[in-house]
Design a protein around this ligand. Structure first.
Ligand code: ZN
Length: 425
């Protein structure tokens, strides 16, 4: 008992911050870049190396029921310390980093008490992180920023999330006076290539709901994302020698151009924001005989989303009618849906996160994701899963950085969610 008390006194705020930062700085040493071309899970074996390391960390802090499956999904349990049953909650982060930029030999540096000026990441290569280009830096003046050396990404997306969850579990373990129910943690591969959730064993995870700790600025709380579909448009033409082509040739590229023009020009990614949906032409390749267009369709509103899909099909039909033959075919499939419809019937999930942020001294900022998340897919697999900030900024490139104070706040939010869930039940 005496020994325990002594330990609690020693385990002060400074120690807590250093633990979570040390963990983070250790994690970014692992290159865990995912790869969309390999068709394996995890997509790169190096993610498994990191998963094994993490497994040892979870063992070291005394978590239970630790499993790492062949697909690289690492689960563990912090058992309840209460005398009655309450819902099991989960915290989830992804282990991989973006294929967009190398995550090998990351050399993080801490800029103490940031003064609001340019940060020279690499003097040799003139790589500068400047508030003139990234004004969000100015929200963090006076804080301690972890930055890159300008040659790799940092990997705060999402190793900051992992460090926050692991250290929060360690903290709860060290502080049995904080009552909490059973908590599951889950670390998955391949989020950055859109495959973080597909082999996630929701039944084995066994939580009533969970939070992904992923994403940016302090306070972010997200439970809305796009409804998403992909469409492949194939235009079939007829090639004839151009010298004798009159009334015979059908140039598929020109018909494709008509199709593109039939979609609203002001409903594209570059002309929309907030809750505005769009049609996005991702790729086109063509010759006279055949042209293929790849589109994605996005909208937060399910009814508008369905209307967009119908609009595209109708555009194809109109072209076929106008040309008097079946030139255009559309092959369309849904990709994911807005998790809001799964979260809304259980708003306590959001209420608890909201209250936890407030108690942690963080102002919640609810926003709609203009994309998808692992959590959206998990929500439709039976695990309602909104997203909470992990603190990093400028993801997927060399200008990525994370304030130490943001990591600390996110970690506090995890602890508070555990505490408030227990208080509620
Ligand atoms: Zn992420």
């Amino acid at each position: 008992m005496v020994e325990k008390e002594h330990k609690n006194i020693q385990y002060n705020t400074y120690q807590r911050i250093m633990n979570v930062i040390d963990r983070f700085l250790n994690y970014v040493k692992f290159d865990t870049q995912s790869d969309e071309l390999t068709n394996t899970t995890p997509s790169t074996p190096k993610q498994m190396v990191f998963a094994r390391f993490l497994k040892e960390e979870l063992e070291a802090i005394g978590l239970e029921d630790i499993t790492l499956d062949d697909n690289g999904y690492l689960f563990a349990t912090l058992p309840s310390n209460m005398d009655h049953e309450i819902p099991t909650i989960g915290f989830i982060s992804h282990m991989d980093t973006s294929p967009d930029m190398s995550g090998k030999d990351v050399k993080p540096r801490i800029v103490k008490r940031y003064d609001g000026q340019d940060i020279v990441l690499s003097a040799d290569d003139h790589i500068v992180l400047s508030p003139s280009r990234f004004p969000e830096l100015l929200d963090h003046v006076g804080e301690d920023l972890i930055v890159t050396d300008g040659h790799t990404l940092l990997g705060a997306d999402d190793k900051a999330g992992i460090a926050e969850i692991v250290e929060a579990m360690n903290y709860l373990k060290q502080h049995p006076e904080i009552k909490h129910g059973k908590i599951r943690v889950g670390f998955n591969p391949d989020e950055e290539i859109g495959l973080g959730a597909h082999k996630f064993n929701v039944a084995q995870f066994g939580a009533d709901w969970a939070y992904t700790m992923d994403g940016g600025e302090v306070g972010e709380l997200e439970f809305e994302n796009f409804n998403a579909a992909a469409a492949k448009v194939t235009v079939t033409g007829t090639n004839v020698h151009p010298g004798s082509a009159k009334n015979k040739m059908v140039n598929s590229m020109l018909v494709a151009n008509e199709f593109i023009a039939a979609l609203p020009a002001d409903e594209t990614p570059s002309t929309t924001e907030g809750y505005e949906g769009f049609f996005h032409l991702l790729e086109m390749k063509g010759e006279v005989e055949k042209t293929e267009l790849s589109y994605i369709i996005r909208d937060h509103d399910r009814a508008k989303f369905e209307a967009r899909k119908q609009f595209m099909l109708a555009a194809a039909q109109q072209l076929n009618d106008a040309h008097g033959e079946q030139l255009v075919t559309v092959d369309m499939h849904d990709q994911y849906y807005n998790m809001r419809e799964k979260i809304e019937p259980q708003m306590h999930i959001i209420d608890i996160a909201f209250a936890a942020m407030t108690e942690a001294g963080v102002t919640p900022k609810v926003s709609a994701i203009r994309g998808g998340t692992d959590g959206a897919q998990l929500s439709f697999m039976g695990l309602p899963c909104p997203n909470i900030f992990a603190g990093g900024l400028n993801f997927h490139g060399k200008y990525e950085f994370v304030p130490i104070q943001s990591i600390e706040k996110a970690m506090k939010v995890v602890i508070k969610i555990a505490e408030l869930t227990a208080r509620r039940y």
